[in-house]
Structure formats: C-alpha cells, structure tokens
Design a protein around this ligand. Sequence first.
Ligand code: M6R
Length: 599
Amino acid sequence: MCGIVGYTGGKDCVDIIIDGLKKLEYRGYDSAGIAFEEDKGIDILKAVGRVDNLEKLVRAGKVKSHCAIAHTRWATHGKPSVLNSHPHCDCKGEVAIVHNGIIENYDELKKELSSKGHKFASETDSEAAAHLIEEELKKQKDFFKAFASAVKKLKGAYALAATYKNAPGVICVAKKQSPLVIGQGKGEYYLASDVPAFLNHTNKAIFLEDGDLAKITCGACEIYNLAGVKQSRKVNVIKWNPATAQKGGYKHFMIKEIFDQPQATKDTISTLPPDIKKAFGITPAAARKIKGLYIVACGTAYHAGLCAKYVIEHFAKLPVEVETASEFKYRSINFQKDWLFIAVSQSGETADTLAALNNAKQAGLKALSICNVVGSTITRASDYTVYTHCGPEISVASTKAFTSQLAVLYSFALNIAKEQGSLAKTAFDKLYKEFKNLPSLIEQTLKDAQQIKKLAKAVYKSNSYIFLGRNAAFPIALEGALKLKEISYLHAEGFAGGEIKHGPIAIIDKGMPVVALAPKGELYEKMLSSCQEVGARGAKLITVTNTPLKGAVEVPYTNEYLFPILAVVPLQLLAYYVSDLRGREIDRPRNLAKSVTVE
Ligand code: M6R
C-alpha cells in the first residue's frame, strides 16, 4: 500500500501536494517524492522517511508548480531508499510516474526493456511503467495514447499516474485493483489514493473503476476504458468530516483495517504463485531436504504460527515446533540442522523474535521470515523473506497482518507439501484454487458485521469471555481472546475444546459468553458436544461455523484448514464492537505499544 497525490490547475500546488501526502501517510511512510512541472521540464525531489523530510527539501528548493504528482511509499519491491522511492523516470527524465500496487510481470518487462537499451535506476517493479511509456512514445507522440498502450502491457494491480515533459499540465492515470479517486475543483483537478488527500480543497470526487484510464488537465477529466471507449463516471459529493476521513470514514483504524482484509490478503496472495521458488525463494531441491520446522513469533503472529503447525502437519506431514519467542530464546535446544526456522512478525522489529532468530542462525539453521515491513531488522537477519502486503497497520491490535500471515503460511504449507511429495498435483491445484479465492470469501464474511454488532450488544456487559476451538481453529480461539482482552481490558481466555472438561469448565457461569469455533469436518460433532457441555452450565453460546446451524454465525464453507482465516474475522469484529460499546481507546489500548523492541 502506498499513497498517490496529484494536482493540475491554476494554483501553486506545492502546499496542496505536501498536505495531501501527509494525509496519506497512513498508507506508507518509508519514503516520499514529488515530480513537479517547472519551466524547463519535470523536476524530482525524493527523501527517505516521513513526508516531513521531503517537505524540507521542497521548502529549501523554493519549489513552485501548477502540475505535480507525488507519492508516499510503503516498500514492496526494493528496500526503502531514495533510489527506490517514487516518482520514477524514463531514461531521459521526461516521463515521471507514481504507482501504488504490484506489477506482477515487471521482471519480464524489465528484461524486455533492458534488451532494448533501457537503463533501470531502482529495484522497484514500478519503474518498468516509466520505461514502457517511453517506449510507446517512440511509436506515437500523443502522451495519453502512449500511456494507454503501456498500461495494456501491465499485469497485476495498479493505481498509476504519469506526467510528460512535452505535455505540460496533463496527468494520465490508470486504475486496476488499487484505489484512485479524482477530485474536481473549479478549473483544477486533484488526484489521490484516498479522498482525505484533497478533502480540504474539494468534496467532489470521481471514483475510478478497474480498467479506467483518464486524461486530466486543468479544464477536463476524460475517462476511457482499456478499449478506448469513453466512460462516464458519477461526481460524488463527499460528506465526510476531514478529521475522520483518514480512517476512510471509519471510527477507528482497527475497524478500517478489519475491512481492509480482502484487499490486504489479495495483495499478499498475488505475490504467492503456486511455486516454492517463486513464492518463497526456496529451491525445490532445498525444500525437499527440510525435515521439520521451528516457527517462532509473539502475540498474534504466534497464533498465526500455531495455526500453521496444524496446516503443515496435515498437508506436508512434517514435524513442526511452535513457540512464543520469549520462551524459545531461553530454551536449551538441540537444534535439528535440517529443520527450517520461520520467524513471523508484522513489524519485523520484535526484539524477542529477533533474539530467537539469532539463536537459530548461530546454530547454523536457515531462516525464513514473514514480515510486513520491508527492510526491517528481522528480514535482514533472514536467509529468505516473504512479505505480507498489508500496508501499514496503525491500530495496535493486529488484524489484517494476521490474516495475511495466515495466507503466507497456508501457501507455504501447500507448496512444501507438494515438494515433499505428500500432496498430489491434482489435490494441490484444487486447494490452491480455493486459497486464491480467499479474499472474496473474507469480503463475504464481512457482510455479517451487523450480526456481530448485535451479538456484541447482547454480551458487552459481561466481564469474562471464553473462546473454544479445536485443531487449526484452536489458535483462533486464542487469537479471539487476545484481541478482546487487549482492546477491551476484559478477562478473555481461549481453550482447546476438548480441554475445558479438564478444569476450565469450573469457571463457566450463567450468562458467561462462550464463543465456539465449529467448522464442518472431522471434529464438528466433538465441538458441538463441547458447546453442549458449556451450554448446560448456562453459558451464552456464540457458535461460529461454516455450515447452516440455527442461531450461529456462518462463514463461507471451505476446507477446514482455511476456516481459521475466515473464522477470525467475526472474532475481530466482536472484540471491536464490545470494546467500542465499553468506550475504550481502541487504536491505542493502555499499556501496549505497536512494536515491542525491548526483550
Ligand atoms: O510486530 P510483531 O508481529 O512481531 O508483533 C508481535 C506482537 O507484539 C503483536 O502481535 C501483538 O500481540 C499485537 N498487539 C496483537 O494484536
């Protein structure tokens, strides 16, 4: 996730652009840059870190311009650096582009364009777009037509904006799977990844649709589809209050991030082809030599690892040890040298996880990290890294990072199972197809948010909550409890369904909310028995299942090892709504920090 801003019109737009970038910093903040038109052509300024750093350069350069595009970055391809930050240029510095999304065929494009003599300056996927436009401009002089031909060659997701030295005042844009909205002013147009970037200047917004291309000048915004047919798009009047608009109109970042999950998992899954080398950097030969796995993480990331244990053991038949990093690092482990170490961390900076990873590295193990922050310490200490592509997670309570971590781990489980010969090609293909459909199933699950809100209203006065799950859904019970306790400050505990009769059932009291996860499958009946045991003691049962069951919360049906990724969504919502009804400080719960960098 990155943020794009643009302006063309009669005003000096420097303040507009800087202000817009700051409003979009929630989408990325590892570097920022601006391409602005001035008398001699296009000038570019870039800075690593927050937009404030770019602003200093812009102010020092006394920049003035009436047409500019700019970008605040959340690195996906290539570490945060001046070279990798946007805007990117063609070889002559005449075309400048900013891009949000992932260009999936950039490798092919880069090879093809390099063979034609193009020189690439960055490690990004995005730069290919600038060179493609340059190439198309050799065939025709019209900037918009050349831009459209270049866009047709892109695969993947993009919100793309470009300017060209020989077309002053023109910004060309294209959208597919990444957000892009145009703001309409008087004799001027704005452009942004999200409305708050221009809401102080205009509340008239045109939301582009996938496949749209637009040519924007100060006096007109012409929209076409990829076939060149003119499109008409509604001008919406936005009624949001600029102060809350950064959260996309949501009350808190946490609920916004819960609803971001279809996109976050889609962006993550788009980088995970059914090929262990391409998705994880591990060669098939190396994958076949792996005899077991240590998965180490903290908090929510630990729950993702624990869930992966069930999935990997089931599909790949490999032994998996999962532990919280704060315990793992103090154990005297006789490390198995042919086991792979996996560190899971949203921030990539968690001190306990890093210490555990260093122990494993010192013992000579290879390490794979699954992180959300490009270039973070844990990724630098690892042999292989796979990123979740969630964009910044602002709320302390992790939600979209969790489902994306589960997606990466699920892909890993299937890919390693295939390489180890424990999953036949036909079964693998079927499971992978189902996996790729996950973002739309999450979207479907989110449609029941109102049902969860009603359930929250019925239980929020309780001071104690129990979550039950079995098998791969057991870690989701732990995660549901963690989510609730960290933002509501209420007592919540997760148990394995079969374990409650060994003690915890003693605390079940009349009216105590018990959330039970019961996917259709081998343990469905067993889970229903656990429900009856607690129900008989007066518990207020909330059952989450994937099959019709009276009064239950129903998520879409999938194989039972994908159920956890869907089942956690109602639990996140429940935690959110209970805490909101309790009036808690949801995005910044007391005593907690987003990133725990001390051991
Ligand atoms: O950045 P990390 O994923 O390494 O962080 C690990 C935990 O600190 C984190 O998941 C924490 O438990 C969250 N607050 C959970 O919502």
